[in-house]
Design a protein around this ligand. Structure first.
Ligand code: ST9
Length: 106
């Protein structure tokens, strides 16, 4: 069932595997906003709430990443896994809607 914790974990792992196996440079360029959304949910799902301290001011990327994770507060790990999967479905659908047919295999 959808609410089964093992099912949730399996779907999440499948989504993580897909994203980790995508080429770094492809015809689709995810926005920073999209990447940060995936990042925050991934950290929340895998590590739980963010308890580390905010990176130093010169580490801009580190701070954006930290903020994306921190803002999820105490969202529980299963909820984060579900949201990650939903986010991937949403982005995949956007890619399908936007891309010309011949670029989908490029
Ligand atoms: C293209 C093909 O054009 C055609 C379109 C296909 C459409 C498919 C649609 C599906 C959705 C796509 C969404 C993409 C957005 C991805 C954003 C991810 C941030 N999720 O181990 P490290 C963290 S494709 C989130 O050093 P790796 C990890 O905790 C063209 N975060 O690096 C660490 O942070 P910290 C576009 C994850 O293993 C940091 O990332 N291609 C995940 O070398 C670095 O980890 C792409 O967008 C995860 N699954 O790289 C490529 N795993 O240190 C997308 C790890 O703070 N993939 N992290 O703990 C990638 O960029 C990389 O595989 C990676 C991991 C960054 C996710």
């Amino acid at each position: 069932a959808m609410s089964d914790p093992e099912d949730c974990q399996r779907r999440f792992q499948a989504a993580v595997d897909v994203i980790q196996s995508l080429p770094k440079n492809g015809s689709y360029r995810p926005s920073y906003e999209v990447m940060l959304r995936f990042y925050g949910l991934y950290k929340q799902a895998v590590c739980g709430p963010c308890t580390v301290s905010r990176p130093a001011f010169w580490d801009l990327v580190g701070r954006y990443k930290w903020d994306a994770w921190k803002q999820l507060g105490d969202m529980n790990q299963e909820t984060a896994m579900g949201a990650y999967v939903e986010e991937m479905k949403k982005v995949a659908q956007e890619v399908i809607d936007i891309m010309p047919i011949d670029e989908k295999t490029a």
